[in-house]
Design a protein around this ligand. Structure first.
Ligand code: HEM
Length: 365
Protein backbone atom coordinates (compact mmCIF):
# COMPACT_ATOMS: atom_id res chain seq x y z
CA UNK A 1 0.00 0.00 0.00
CA UNK A 2 1.25 3.48 -0.77
CA UNK A 3 2.21 5.77 2.15
CA UNK A 4 0.85 8.75 0.28
CA UNK A 5 -2.43 10.04 1.56
CA UNK A 6 -4.78 11.58 -0.89
CA UNK A 7 -7.01 14.52 -0.23
CA UNK A 8 -9.26 13.65 -3.15
CA UNK A 9 -12.75 12.72 -2.08
CA UNK A 10 -14.80 10.03 -3.89
CA UNK A 11 -17.52 12.56 -4.78
CA UNK A 12 -15.03 15.02 -6.29
CA UNK A 13 -12.88 12.43 -8.03
CA UNK A 14 -15.92 11.09 -9.87
CA UNK A 15 -17.49 14.52 -10.28
CA UNK A 16 -20.66 12.96 -8.96
CA UNK A 17 -22.44 16.20 -8.22
CA UNK A 18 -22.35 16.98 -11.93
CA UNK A 19 -23.35 13.51 -13.05
CA UNK A 20 -26.12 13.05 -10.48
CA UNK A 21 -27.48 16.47 -11.17
CA UNK A 22 -27.92 15.69 -14.85
CA UNK A 23 -31.27 13.87 -14.76
CA UNK A 24 -33.99 16.37 -15.49
CA UNK A 25 -37.21 14.64 -16.55
CA UNK A 26 -39.26 16.95 -18.77
CA UNK A 27 -42.51 15.49 -17.47
CA UNK A 28 -41.58 16.75 -13.96
CA UNK A 29 -40.68 20.17 -15.33
CA UNK A 30 -44.11 20.21 -16.96
CA UNK A 31 -45.79 19.31 -13.63
CA UNK A 32 -46.92 16.01 -15.07
CA UNK A 33 -44.41 13.56 -13.63
CA UNK A 34 -44.05 10.29 -15.51
CA UNK A 35 -42.34 7.80 -13.20
CA UNK A 36 -40.57 5.93 -16.06
CA UNK A 37 -38.84 8.96 -17.53
CA UNK A 38 -36.02 8.72 -14.95
CA UNK A 39 -35.21 5.20 -16.17
CA UNK A 40 -35.31 6.38 -19.78
CA UNK A 41 -32.81 9.15 -19.06
CA UNK A 42 -30.46 7.06 -16.92
CA UNK A 43 -30.36 4.24 -19.49
CA UNK A 44 -29.42 6.67 -22.25
CA UNK A 45 -26.80 8.33 -20.09
CA UNK A 46 -25.17 5.01 -19.19
CA UNK A 47 -25.09 4.12 -22.91
CA UNK A 48 -23.33 7.39 -23.64
CA UNK A 49 -20.78 6.75 -20.86
CA UNK A 50 -20.01 3.32 -22.28
CA UNK A 51 -19.81 4.80 -25.79
CA UNK A 52 -17.17 7.13 -24.40
CA UNK A 53 -15.16 4.18 -23.09
CA UNK A 54 -15.52 2.35 -26.43
CA UNK A 55 -14.21 5.41 -28.28
CA UNK A 56 -11.30 5.56 -25.81
CA UNK A 57 -10.39 1.93 -26.55
CA UNK A 58 -10.87 2.14 -30.33
CA UNK A 59 -8.75 5.31 -30.48
CA UNK A 60 -5.92 3.56 -28.65
CA UNK A 61 -6.21 0.47 -30.89
CA UNK A 62 -6.07 2.69 -33.98
CA UNK A 63 -3.02 4.52 -32.61
CA UNK A 64 -1.22 1.21 -32.13
CA UNK A 65 -2.10 0.18 -35.68
CA UNK A 66 -0.77 3.45 -37.04
CA UNK A 67 2.75 2.47 -35.91
CA UNK A 68 4.98 1.21 -38.68
CA UNK A 69 5.73 -2.01 -36.91
CA UNK A 70 3.29 -3.76 -34.62
CA UNK A 71 5.22 -6.12 -32.39
CA UNK A 72 3.72 -9.00 -30.46
CA UNK A 73 3.33 -7.02 -27.23
CA UNK A 74 1.17 -4.55 -29.08
CA UNK A 75 -0.92 -7.26 -30.70
CA UNK A 76 -1.53 -8.60 -27.19
CA UNK A 77 -2.59 -5.16 -26.02
CA UNK A 78 -4.87 -4.72 -29.03
CA UNK A 79 -6.51 -8.12 -28.45
CA UNK A 80 -7.07 -7.21 -24.78
CA UNK A 81 -8.62 -3.85 -25.60
CA UNK A 82 -10.90 -5.05 -28.34
CA UNK A 83 -11.91 -7.88 -26.01
CA UNK A 84 -12.89 -5.20 -23.49
CA UNK A 85 -14.97 -3.39 -26.13
CA UNK A 86 -16.77 -6.66 -26.78
CA UNK A 87 -17.55 -7.16 -23.09
CA UNK A 88 -18.97 -3.63 -22.97
CA UNK A 89 -21.08 -4.34 -26.04
CA UNK A 90 -22.49 -7.43 -24.32
CA UNK A 91 -23.61 -5.21 -21.45
CA UNK A 92 -25.10 -2.72 -23.91
CA UNK A 93 -27.21 -5.42 -25.53
CA UNK A 94 -28.30 -6.73 -22.13
CA UNK A 95 -29.15 -3.26 -20.84
CA UNK A 96 -32.15 -3.14 -23.18
CA UNK A 97 -33.81 -5.74 -20.92
CA UNK A 98 -33.93 -3.12 -18.16
CA UNK A 99 -35.51 -0.55 -20.46
CA UNK A 100 -38.09 -3.11 -21.54
CA UNK A 101 -39.47 -3.19 -17.99
CA UNK A 102 -41.12 0.05 -19.17
CA UNK A 103 -44.23 -0.63 -21.26
CA UNK A 104 -45.32 1.22 -24.40
CA UNK A 105 -48.16 2.79 -22.38
CA UNK A 106 -45.66 4.09 -19.80
CA UNK A 107 -43.51 5.47 -22.63
CA UNK A 108 -46.45 7.41 -24.05
CA UNK A 109 -46.73 9.29 -20.72
CA UNK A 110 -43.66 11.34 -21.65
CA UNK A 111 -42.76 10.59 -25.31
CA UNK A 112 -44.25 13.87 -26.55
CA UNK A 113 -41.98 15.92 -24.31
CA UNK A 114 -38.80 14.59 -25.87
CA UNK A 115 -39.74 14.90 -29.55
CA UNK A 116 -37.82 15.59 -31.86
CA UNK A 117 -34.85 14.29 -29.80
CA UNK A 118 -33.75 10.85 -31.02
CA UNK A 119 -30.90 8.31 -30.82
CA UNK A 120 -30.22 9.56 -34.36
CA UNK A 121 -28.55 12.52 -32.71
CA UNK A 122 -26.09 10.45 -30.66
CA UNK A 123 -22.80 11.95 -31.78
CA UNK A 124 -20.78 9.30 -29.98
CA UNK A 125 -22.69 6.45 -31.62
CA UNK A 126 -22.01 7.96 -35.06
CA UNK A 127 -18.40 8.49 -34.09
CA UNK A 128 -18.01 4.79 -33.25
CA UNK A 129 -19.58 3.75 -36.57
CA UNK A 130 -17.41 6.14 -38.57
CA UNK A 131 -14.18 5.31 -36.70
CA UNK A 132 -14.76 1.64 -37.40
CA UNK A 133 -15.15 2.41 -41.12
CA UNK A 134 -18.84 2.84 -41.99
CA UNK A 135 -18.93 5.11 -45.04
CA UNK A 136 -21.80 7.37 -45.96
CA UNK A 137 -22.36 5.62 -49.31
CA UNK A 138 -22.78 2.28 -47.59
CA UNK A 139 -25.38 3.55 -45.13
CA UNK A 140 -29.07 2.96 -45.38
CA UNK A 141 -30.33 6.52 -45.59
CA UNK A 142 -33.85 7.70 -45.04
CA UNK A 143 -35.55 10.56 -46.87
CA UNK A 144 -32.33 11.40 -48.78
CA UNK A 145 -30.87 13.07 -45.65
CA UNK A 146 -27.20 12.37 -44.86
CA UNK A 147 -26.82 11.10 -41.28
CA UNK A 148 -24.66 14.10 -40.32
CA UNK A 149 -27.47 16.55 -41.12
CA UNK A 150 -28.46 15.89 -37.47
CA UNK A 151 -25.38 17.82 -36.31
CA UNK A 152 -24.21 21.38 -36.59
CA UNK A 153 -21.00 23.39 -36.15
CA UNK A 154 -18.01 21.65 -34.56
CA UNK A 155 -19.91 18.42 -34.05
CA UNK A 156 -20.70 18.15 -37.76
CA UNK A 157 -17.16 19.15 -38.75
CA UNK A 158 -15.69 16.51 -36.43
CA UNK A 159 -17.81 13.65 -37.77
CA UNK A 160 -17.05 14.57 -41.40
CA UNK A 161 -13.33 14.80 -40.62
CA UNK A 162 -13.35 11.37 -38.97
CA UNK A 163 -15.22 9.92 -41.95
CA UNK A 164 -12.57 11.30 -44.30
CA UNK A 165 -9.67 10.02 -42.18
CA UNK A 166 -8.30 6.53 -41.95
CA UNK A 167 -10.65 4.09 -40.19
CA UNK A 168 -10.01 0.93 -38.16
CA UNK A 169 -11.12 -1.05 -41.22
CA UNK A 170 -8.46 0.67 -43.37
CA UNK A 171 -5.77 0.11 -40.75
CA UNK A 172 -6.60 -3.58 -40.35
CA UNK A 173 -6.60 -4.02 -44.13
CA UNK A 174 -3.19 -2.37 -44.47
CA UNK A 175 -1.83 -4.41 -41.56
CA UNK A 176 -3.02 -7.65 -43.17
CA UNK A 177 -1.51 -6.61 -46.50
CA UNK A 178 1.82 -5.93 -44.79
CA UNK A 179 2.03 -9.26 -42.98
CA UNK A 180 5.09 -10.84 -44.56
CA UNK A 181 3.95 -14.46 -44.65
CA UNK A 182 2.26 -14.84 -48.02
CA UNK A 183 5.55 -15.67 -49.68
CA UNK A 184 7.90 -17.27 -47.21
CA UNK A 185 11.23 -18.44 -48.60
CA UNK A 186 10.27 -20.98 -51.30
CA UNK A 187 6.79 -21.52 -49.85
CA UNK A 188 4.16 -19.68 -51.89
CA UNK A 189 1.07 -19.88 -49.70
CA UNK A 190 -1.55 -19.08 -52.36
CA UNK A 191 -0.20 -21.68 -54.81
CA UNK A 192 0.05 -24.35 -52.11
CA UNK A 193 -3.40 -23.58 -50.78
CA UNK A 194 -4.89 -23.65 -54.29
CA UNK A 195 -3.47 -27.07 -55.01
CA UNK A 196 -4.67 -28.33 -51.59
CA UNK A 197 -8.18 -27.13 -52.45
CA UNK A 198 -8.16 -29.00 -55.77
CA UNK A 199 -6.94 -32.16 -54.00
CA UNK A 200 -9.75 -31.82 -51.50
CA UNK A 201 -12.40 -31.27 -54.19
CA UNK A 202 -11.16 -34.23 -56.31
CA UNK A 203 -11.08 -36.49 -53.30
CA UNK A 204 -14.63 -35.46 -52.32
CA UNK A 205 -15.83 -36.25 -55.87
CA UNK A 206 -14.02 -39.62 -55.81
CA UNK A 207 -15.66 -40.48 -52.47
CA UNK A 208 -19.10 -39.75 -53.91
CA UNK A 209 -18.51 -41.71 -57.10
CA UNK A 210 -17.16 -44.70 -55.17
CA UNK A 211 -19.92 -44.70 -52.59
CA UNK A 212 -22.02 -47.87 -52.44
CA UNK A 213 -24.70 -46.07 -50.38
CA UNK A 214 -25.71 -43.51 -53.02
CA UNK A 215 -27.69 -44.17 -56.19
CA UNK A 216 -26.62 -42.66 -59.53
CA UNK A 217 -29.02 -39.73 -59.25
CA UNK A 218 -27.88 -38.79 -55.73
CA UNK A 219 -24.28 -39.02 -56.91
CA UNK A 220 -25.00 -36.63 -59.79
CA UNK A 221 -26.66 -34.11 -57.45
CA UNK A 222 -23.81 -34.24 -54.95
CA UNK A 223 -21.08 -33.97 -57.56
CA UNK A 224 -22.90 -30.95 -59.00
CA UNK A 225 -22.88 -29.33 -55.55
CA UNK A 226 -19.15 -29.91 -55.20
CA UNK A 227 -18.59 -28.47 -58.70
CA UNK A 228 -20.44 -25.34 -57.54
CA UNK A 229 -18.09 -25.23 -54.57
CA UNK A 230 -15.13 -25.54 -56.93
CA UNK A 231 -16.45 -22.54 -58.90
CA UNK A 232 -16.65 -20.60 -55.65
CA UNK A 233 -12.99 -21.31 -54.95
CA UNK A 234 -12.01 -20.47 -58.56
CA UNK A 235 -13.70 -17.15 -58.07
CA UNK A 236 -11.75 -16.55 -54.88
CA UNK A 237 -8.41 -17.23 -56.57
CA UNK A 238 -9.18 -14.85 -59.39
CA UNK A 239 -7.91 -11.39 -58.44
CA UNK A 240 -9.94 -9.76 -61.22
CA UNK A 241 -13.18 -11.24 -59.84
CA UNK A 242 -12.26 -10.08 -56.37
CA UNK A 243 -11.73 -6.56 -57.62
CA UNK A 244 -15.12 -6.66 -59.37
CA UNK A 245 -16.89 -7.75 -56.18
CA UNK A 246 -15.27 -4.82 -54.40
CA UNK A 247 -16.55 -2.49 -57.13
CA UNK A 248 -20.03 -4.01 -56.90
CA UNK A 249 -19.93 -3.59 -53.11
CA UNK A 250 -20.35 -7.30 -52.29
CA UNK A 251 -16.82 -7.46 -50.83
CA UNK A 252 -14.87 -4.83 -48.92
CA UNK A 253 -11.54 -6.40 -48.01
CA UNK A 254 -8.70 -6.34 -50.60
CA UNK A 255 -7.47 -9.57 -52.23
CA UNK A 256 -4.12 -9.49 -50.45
CA UNK A 257 -5.65 -8.77 -47.05
CA UNK A 258 -8.16 -11.59 -47.59
CA UNK A 259 -5.36 -14.05 -48.39
CA UNK A 260 -3.42 -12.98 -45.29
CA UNK A 261 -6.52 -13.39 -43.14
CA UNK A 262 -6.97 -16.84 -44.65
CA UNK A 263 -3.37 -17.79 -43.90
CA UNK A 264 -3.72 -16.57 -40.32
CA UNK A 265 -6.90 -18.60 -39.91
CA UNK A 266 -5.42 -21.76 -41.40
CA UNK A 267 -2.12 -21.63 -39.54
CA UNK A 268 -3.48 -20.21 -36.27
CA UNK A 269 -1.72 -22.96 -34.30
CA UNK A 270 1.68 -21.44 -35.15
CA UNK A 271 2.67 -19.34 -32.10
CA UNK A 272 3.34 -16.18 -34.07
CA UNK A 273 -0.05 -16.30 -35.77
CA UNK A 274 -2.05 -17.07 -32.68
CA UNK A 275 -2.53 -13.49 -31.47
CA UNK A 276 -3.33 -12.15 -34.97
CA UNK A 277 -5.90 -14.94 -35.22
CA UNK A 278 -7.45 -13.96 -31.89
CA UNK A 279 -7.57 -10.36 -33.01
CA UNK A 280 -9.45 -11.29 -36.21
CA UNK A 281 -11.91 -13.29 -34.13
CA UNK A 282 -12.49 -10.37 -31.78
CA UNK A 283 -13.12 -8.09 -34.78
CA UNK A 284 -15.81 -10.45 -36.05
CA UNK A 285 -17.23 -10.66 -32.51
CA UNK A 286 -17.41 -6.86 -32.36
CA UNK A 287 -19.22 -6.73 -35.69
CA UNK A 288 -21.68 -9.38 -34.48
CA UNK A 289 -22.25 -7.68 -31.15
CA UNK A 290 -22.99 -4.32 -32.77
CA UNK A 291 -25.40 -6.09 -35.14
CA UNK A 292 -26.97 -7.82 -32.10
CA UNK A 293 -27.45 -4.47 -30.42
CA UNK A 294 -29.10 -3.07 -33.57
CA UNK A 295 -31.38 -6.08 -33.74
CA UNK A 296 -32.37 -5.98 -30.04
CA UNK A 297 -32.95 -2.23 -30.36
CA UNK A 298 -35.35 -2.88 -33.29
CA UNK A 299 -37.18 -5.53 -31.27
CA UNK A 300 -37.55 -3.08 -28.42
CA UNK A 301 -38.71 -0.33 -30.79
CA UNK A 302 -41.31 -2.74 -32.20
CA UNK A 303 -42.67 -3.36 -28.70
CA UNK A 304 -42.66 0.34 -27.78
CA UNK A 305 -43.82 1.90 -31.04
CA UNK A 306 -45.15 -0.82 -33.34
CA UNK A 307 -45.28 0.85 -36.75
CA UNK A 308 -45.18 4.45 -35.44
CA UNK A 309 -42.52 6.69 -36.94
CA UNK A 310 -39.51 7.68 -34.82
CA UNK A 311 -39.08 11.00 -33.02
CA UNK A 312 -36.08 11.57 -35.33
CA UNK A 313 -38.41 11.36 -38.34
CA UNK A 314 -37.41 7.96 -39.75
CA UNK A 315 -39.87 5.17 -40.54
CA UNK A 316 -38.85 3.71 -37.16
CA UNK A 317 -38.42 -0.06 -37.11
CA UNK A 318 -38.44 -0.28 -40.94
CA UNK A 319 -35.35 1.94 -41.13
CA UNK A 320 -33.60 0.32 -38.17
CA UNK A 321 -34.09 -3.24 -39.51
CA UNK A 322 -32.23 -2.37 -42.70
CA UNK A 323 -29.18 -1.21 -40.75
CA UNK A 324 -28.69 -4.58 -38.99
CA UNK A 325 -27.01 -6.24 -42.00
CA UNK A 326 -26.20 -3.26 -44.16
CA UNK A 327 -24.05 -1.52 -41.55
CA UNK A 328 -21.78 -4.50 -40.87
CA UNK A 329 -18.10 -3.95 -41.58
CA UNK A 330 -16.06 -7.07 -41.01
CA UNK A 331 -18.18 -9.79 -42.59
CA UNK A 332 -15.43 -10.56 -45.13
CA UNK A 333 -13.30 -11.70 -42.23
CA UNK A 334 -16.15 -13.83 -40.88
CA UNK A 335 -16.65 -15.29 -44.38
CA UNK A 336 -13.09 -16.62 -44.38
CA UNK A 337 -14.76 -19.67 -42.81
CA UNK A 338 -16.05 -20.57 -46.31
CA UNK A 339 -12.45 -20.98 -47.46
CA UNK A 340 -11.30 -23.19 -44.63
CA UNK A 341 -10.06 -26.66 -45.50
CA UNK A 342 -9.61 -29.40 -42.97
CA UNK A 343 -6.22 -29.93 -41.33
CA UNK A 344 -5.83 -33.15 -43.33
CA UNK A 345 -5.48 -31.09 -46.55
CA UNK A 346 -3.54 -28.20 -45.06
CA UNK A 347 -0.18 -27.82 -46.85
CA UNK A 348 2.63 -28.75 -44.48
CA UNK A 349 4.90 -25.82 -43.71
CA UNK A 350 8.59 -26.44 -44.40
CA UNK A 351 10.39 -26.93 -41.08
CA UNK A 352 12.61 -23.83 -41.60
CA UNK A 353 9.46 -21.70 -41.83
CA UNK A 354 7.83 -23.48 -38.90
CA UNK A 355 10.88 -22.68 -36.77
CA UNK A 356 10.68 -19.07 -37.78
CA UNK A 357 6.97 -18.81 -37.01
CA UNK A 358 7.71 -20.20 -33.59
CA UNK A 359 9.61 -17.05 -32.61
CA UNK A 360 8.69 -13.47 -32.17
CA UNK A 361 9.29 -12.06 -35.64
CA UNK A 362 10.53 -8.73 -34.24
CA UNK A 363 13.48 -10.72 -32.83
CA UNK A 364 14.40 -12.18 -36.23
CA UNK A 365 17.92 -11.58 -37.46
C1 HEM B 1 -38.14 3.53 -25.61
C2 HEM B 1 -36.93 3.36 -26.05
C3 HEM B 1 -36.47 3.67 -27.44
C4 HEM B 1 -37.20 3.86 -28.57
C5 HEM B 1 -38.71 3.80 -28.75
C6 HEM B 1 -36.28 4.15 -29.64
C7 HEM B 1 -36.62 4.42 -30.93
C8 HEM B 1 -35.76 4.70 -31.94
C9 HEM B 1 -36.12 4.99 -33.30
C10 HEM B 1 -37.53 4.96 -33.84
C11 HEM B 1 -35.00 5.25 -33.99
C12 HEM B 1 -34.89 5.63 -35.47
C13 HEM B 1 -34.61 7.08 -35.61
C14 HEM B 1 -35.81 7.95 -35.37
O1 HEM B 1 -36.60 8.12 -36.27
O2 HEM B 1 -35.93 8.46 -34.25
C15 HEM B 1 -33.90 5.13 -33.08
C16 HEM B 1 -32.59 5.30 -33.42
C17 HEM B 1 -31.56 5.14 -32.55
N1 HEM B 1 -31.65 4.88 -31.21
FE1 HEM B 1 -33.31 4.43 -30.19
N2 HEM B 1 -35.01 4.09 -29.13
C18 HEM B 1 -35.09 3.80 -27.80
C19 HEM B 1 -34.02 3.66 -26.93
C20 HEM B 1 -32.72 3.82 -27.25
C21 HEM B 1 -31.61 3.66 -26.34
C22 HEM B 1 -31.69 3.26 -24.88
C23 HEM B 1 -30.50 3.95 -27.04
C24 HEM B 1 -29.13 3.93 -26.47
C25 HEM B 1 -28.23 4.83 -26.77
C26 HEM B 1 -30.88 4.27 -28.40
C27 HEM B 1 -30.03 4.62 -29.41
C28 HEM B 1 -30.39 4.86 -30.71
C29 HEM B 1 -29.44 5.11 -31.76
C30 HEM B 1 -27.93 5.15 -31.63
C31 HEM B 1 -30.17 5.29 -32.92
C32 HEM B 1 -29.63 5.52 -34.32
C33 HEM B 1 -29.50 4.16 -34.98
C34 HEM B 1 -29.08 4.21 -36.45
O3 HEM B 1 -29.36 5.19 -37.14
O4 HEM B 1 -28.49 3.22 -36.90
N3 HEM B 1 -32.24 4.16 -28.49
N4 HEM B 1 -34.37 4.80 -31.83
Amino acid sequence: MSDKTSSVHYIDYLDLDKILDAQNPLSTENNNEAHEEMLFIIIHQTYELWFKQIIHEITSIMDLFKKEQIDEDNVGLIVGRIGRVNKILEVLVKQLDILETMTSLDFLEFRNYLSPASGFQSHQFRKIEVMLGLKINNRHQFGGCPYHSQFEGDKKKEIIEIEESVSLFDLVEKWLERIPFLEMKDFNFIEKYQSAVWDMVSSEIDDINNSSLLNENDKKIRVKMIEENRKYFENVFNKENHLNSIKEGTTKLSYKATMSALLINLYRDQPILHLPYRFLRELVEMDHKIASWRFRHVQMVEKMLGQKIGTGGSSGQGYLKKTVDQHRLFEDIANIATLMISRAYLPELPSAIKDELGYNFTNKK
